[in-house]
Design a protein around this ligand. Structure first.
Ligand code: E4P
Length: 217
């Protein structure tokens, strides 16, 4: 499973990249707002840090405008992945951009049929939003399982990018179902390493080691 980080915070991205844990980054207009940065500047900085796909989202809702914005965003770096919303215009832009050889992430997916359309439009990634479905009392993970089933039925190579992840449990369940990628908020990504028995065990080993009076090397 690939790990993308879901943020436009350059400090977090740099830290996680140095740990060797990052395969890519996703941003969206809300995350750009939160960063307080200019989209072109911050996206360029992110692309210079991370080698993998960096999703940058169009703000237009109409096909021709989306294509103009996609052209601007594409010029930022070679690893830009254009993010388009799951609308008819977004799907049309997806087909046009992937035909030109661009990576496209189709975002705001809340149903298996929407994911089927995105795959038919040649999407590189489909982003089902787990947490936002959970918020409505619907099991978001069930959507990941449905999409996995459909994509495997027909051999679509669109990658399932589990998005709107809110917990480490979400990451585990998405991995068990076979999502290709999870885009994870920085704090949740770092929390994956945590286990109380790891902390307790390490404490005991360090204490016993100190009692040996030895040094390695
Ligand atoms: C995905 O690419 C989106 O940026 C993101 O996962 C949305 O998550 P949220 O529902 O926590 O805003």
């Amino acid at each position: 499973m690939k790990f993308f980080v879901d943020t436009a915070d350059v400090k977090d991205i740099r830290e996680l990249n140095e740990l060797g844990l990052l395969d890519g980054v996703t941003t969206n207009p809300s995350l750009i707002l939160k960063s307080g940065r200019n989209i072109a500047e911050v996206t360029k900085e992110i692309c210079d840090i991370v080698e993998g796909p960096v999703s940058a989202e169009v703000a237009a809702t109409e096909y021709a405008e989306m294509m103009k914005e996609a052209a601007v965003l594409s010029k930022i770096a070679d690893n830009i992945c254009i993010k388009v919303p799951l609308t008819l215009d977004g799907l049309k832009a997806c087909r046009a951009l992937t035909s030109e050889g661009r990576m496209v992430n189709v975002t705001l997916c809340f149903s298996a049929n929407q994911a089927l359309l995105a795959a038919k439009a040649g999407a590189t990634f489909i982003s089902p939003f787990i947490g936002r479905l959970d918020d409505m009392g619907v099991d978001g993970m069930e959507l990941i399982a449905e999409i996995r089933h459909i994509y495997d039925n027909y051999g679509f190579d669109t990658e399932i990018l589990a998005a709107s992840i809110r917990s480490t449990e979400h990451v585990k369940r998405a991995a068990m179902i076979g999502a290709d990628v999870a885009t994870i908020p920085p704090a949740t990504l770092k929390a994956l390493v945590k286990h109380p028995l790891t902390d307790k065990g390490l404490e005991m080993f360090l204490s016993d080691w100190a009692k040996t009076g030895q040094k390695i090397g």
